[in-house]
Design a protein around this ligand. Structure first.
Ligand code: ADP
Length: 354
């Protein structure tokens, strides 16, 4: 065997081992430089020479300072479809009975909402996920019936708000434990959806409700976690077995630290709550990694809600979003370090949820 062929084979094997390693994947996506950054002549600090291998370099003064390894690296030119191609096996596994959680993490303005929600011309993970669920459900309709419903929540200052609730009284929610490891939010609106057109309407309704009561919509959404929960109830027509699985699609609050000048009042409280929930997420994932006997799910509403979708029985995908600009270098390094900590996790082999 020629050396080059051997190299290809070795790489293939390496990838297979990677695939088998655990149930958490981390993909990193870098947005393009914005018009403003281009006109301000900000340099790009991200090097993509090894992006195909999931590696990314951070340059300072044109010199490689640090490299990071992820399961995938997307360059600014990679489109929404490219990201979804890699996420789609997880989506299919929801129909096989697994719980799945896909979340976007990063500094405000790095493309979390672009990746998850997208735009009507450039649809993101949320819409593509539901589209695929319906397509695969249809392909399997001779053997299975699927009942799909969607809930849209927002967590802001450690309060859960139901974005599909019509009466304000039912908008604030609490989490209850139904049985060991299974949580539910009593009173939550579950909108039954039968086709992709209905999904779009539900997603729009959720988006509109998010804006209500905030004087700056963009600021508000960067400081709250937006969480879409898709429940899939499956019935196997051949043996009559029923399964229930859950898919969370989460657009997290911005991970940036507060500027010293802003440390007061309501902003301070928001920042502390965001900080607390994002560190709680990191702590839960590292506790899972070290197989700790206590997983601190209860430390934040975010991790409490995700409890049955983070852990050995479920599959997790983190999309870490970064900016290419030298201006954001500090936050970029902090996001990449957080993601590296998350990726260090080896979760047990996935077990099917019955
Ligand atoms: P975040 O949700 O992290 O605050 P946004 O999704 O609002 O960030 O993105 C900030 C801006 O950058 C938006 O104008 C968005 O359209 C643009 N943007 C983000 N990612 C990309 C991308 N991959 N390609 C093109 N534009 C992008």
């Amino acid at each position: 065997v020629k050396y080059s062929e051997e190299q290809v084979m070795r790489k293939k094997l390496f990838n297979q081992i990677q695939e088998a390693k655990g149930n958490i994947r981390v993909f990193c996506r870098c947005r393009p430089l914005s018009k403003e950054e281009v006109s301000a002549k900000y340099a790009t600090v991200v090097d993509f020479d090894m992006a195909k291998d999931g590696e990314l370099g951070i340059l300072t003064g044109g010199v490689m300072k640090k490299t990071f390894k992820f399961d995938r690296v997307y360059m600014p030119k990679d489109d929404q479809a490219a990201v979804f191609v890699d996420a789609s096996p997880l989506v299919t596994s929801v129909l096989d009975g697994y719980n799945v959680c896909i979340f976007a993490y990063g500094q405000t303005g790095t493309g979390k909402t672009f990746t998850m929600e997208g735009t009507e011309q450039n649809r993101g993970v949320n819409y593509r996920t539901l589209d695929q669920l319906f397509k695969v459900a249809k392909e399997r309709s001779e053997t299975f019936t699927y009942n799909i419903s969607v809930s849209v929540l927002e967590v802001y200052n450690e309060q859960i708000r139901d974005l599909l609730a019509t009466s304000p009284a039912s908008k604030k929610l609490e989490i209850r434990q139904a049985s060991e490891g299974v949580h539910h939010v009593p009173g939550i609106v579950e909108a039954k959806v039968e086709n992709i057109k209905e999904v779009w309407d539900v997603l729009q309704a959720g988006s509109n409700a998010r804006a209500v009561g905030s004087n700056n919509v963009n600021e508000h959404s960067s400081r709250s976690h937006c969480m879409l929960c898709i429940m899939v109830r499956t019935k196997n027509l051949l043996n009559g077995e029923s399964t229930k699985s859950k898919l969370w699609l989460v657009d997290l609050a911005g991970s940036e630290r507060l500027a010293k000048t802003e440390v007061q009042g309501e902003r301070l409280k928001e920042a502390q709550n965001i900080n607390r929930s994002l560190s709680a997420l990191g702590d839960v994932i590292s506790a899972l990694a070290t197989k700790s006997s206590h997983i601190p799910y209860r430390n934040s509403k975010l991790t409490h809600l995700l409890q049955d979708s983070l852990g050995g029985e479920s599959k997790t995908l983190m999309l870490v979003q970064i900016s290419p600009s030298e201006h954001d270098l500090g936050e970029t390094l902090s996001s990449l370090n957080f993601a590296t900590r998350v990726r260090g996790v080896e979760m047990g082999p996935a077990k099917k949820q019955i």
